[in-house]
Design a protein around this ligand. Structure first.
Ligand code: NAD
Ligand code: MG
Length: 362
């Protein structure tokens, strides 16, 4: 099992990663000074609950904790105010106090929602992330927690770091292939923005999604988390380098919103967004990444590599201008200077529109 310490400006916390990591939970809770009888409140979703809730609950009950659970529907729509409020109600009814601990057992949706519930319950109580998706290597570290508003994704939230991240890779065996692919896009992103050697390792070791098992999968998570954690250590509240994590996300978010959430997975949209970011980088920096054959590489994992015919460039541009990361309506994209080296660049509308058109026509 891999053990790490995640450090941010405000907090240090352990991360346990590997097959069977969940079994370390009672020991971890003792280390967090949670005596037997402490109330633990597990938030999970209705796809994960039938698979793992009983096991986790039984293990915690055997360690003499007072365990409660609340199950939300699975899917992005569950990151809603209604579910947030329902979780608060359930936590109050169960009599959770300020010494209680919440546990987010699930993917990024559960992690973001449960983290925000914990951030605000009685002005903030402790919580533990137990990620069950590959994508959650990204969401479980860094302390950004949020729910969606009908007017925008992740619009209501907080920075609230967990007490620990317990990543049991055995839980990922039931993950549908499309979700594995979605999470893998963020692994690729982490390599491209920060770590050329990891990028080369990915090219050599992960030929298809079927390679994402065992040690290879664990290494992808470990490296992805290391990179994410190093960025967050430098810039917890996103005043600088944390924006680099947005590589592929400017167009990615626009696509998700324009096509309707769920049409493309987040990772599929981000993969297309990364290809567009490379396309723009080549034009802006006057260099070529052709030798890397990114589109071919992505297609090998089953990512879409060209824009869906139904989307219009000017509508995408409008969405990109509405991004949380845009300033005063000017699109800011993360561009690739070299593999492992990115920067944020402001781009003029007319140039972007032309490039979007060209990219769509490829
Ligand atoms: P998700 O939580 O919806 O999980 C994807 C699907 O897989 C769901 O249907 C879920 O029920 C199912 N599932 C989860 N674990 C499973 C398992 N082990 N076996 C079988 N099925 C399983 O989505 P996600 O992709 O994990 O996360 C996406 C969310 O993460 C988005 O809301 C996004 O905004 C958020 N996010 C947050 C951050 C952050 O820094 N806070 C970073 C990236 C993404
Ligand atoms: Mg993302």
């Amino acid at each position: 099992m891999i053990e790490r310490t995640i450090e941010t400006a405000t907090k240090r916390y352990p991360l346990l990663l590997g097959d069977g990591a969940a079994r370390a939970l009672p020991r971890l809770l003792r280390a967090l000074a949670c005596p037997p009888g402490t109330k633990l409140f597990i938030i999970t979703d209705d796809a994960v609950a039938p698979l793992y809730l009983d096991e986790v609950r039984a293990m915690l009950a055997a360690a003499e904790y007072d365990v409660y659970a609340y199950i939300i529907p699975s899917g992005e729509a569950a990151k809603s105010f209604d579910n947030y409020y329902a979780c608060q109600t359930a936590a109050l009814q169960c009599g959770l106090d300020r010494r209680s601990v919440m546990i987010a057992l699930g993917g990024g949706v559960v992690g973001d929602l449960a983290g925000f519930v914990a951030a605000t319950y009685m002005r903030g109580i402790r919580y533990i992330q137990m990620p069950t998706t590959l994508l959650a290597h990204d969401s479980a570290v860094g302390g950004k927690v949020a729910i969606n508003h009908p007017l925008g994704k992740n619009m209501i939230g907080a920075f609230h770091q967990p007490e620990a991240v317990v990543y049991d890779t055995a839980f990922l065996r039931t993950l549908p292939e499309r979700e594995l692919r979605s999470g893998f896009a963020e692994v690729i992103k982490h390599a491209l923005i920060r770590d050329c050697r990891f990028y080369e390792w990915l090219r050599a070791e992960v030929k298809t999604l079927a390679d994402l098992r065992g040690e290879t999968l664990a290494y992808c998570i470990e490296k992805g988390i290391d990179i994410k954690a190093s960025v967050v250590r430098e810039d917890e509240k996103e005043t600088g380098v944390r924006a680099h994590l947005n590589f592929g996300h400017t167009l990615g978010h626009a696509l998700e919103s324009e096509l309707g959430y769920g049409t493309l997975t987040h990772g599929e949209a981000v993969a297309l967004g990364m290809l567009f970011a490379v396309f723009v980088s080549e034009r802006l920096y006057g260099r070529s990444f052709a030798e890397h054959r990114f589109a071919e590489w992505f297609a090998g994992y089953g990512f879409p590599v060209s824009l869906p015919a139904a989307v219009e460039a000017d509508r995408l541009l409008e969405k990109m201008k509405g991004d949380k990361k845009a300033y005063a309506g000017t699109v800011r994209m993360v561009l690739l200077r070299e593999i492992g080296d990115v920067e944020v660049v402001e781009l003029e509308d007319d140039k972007l529109l032309a490039w979007l058109g060209e990219f769509a026509g490829q």
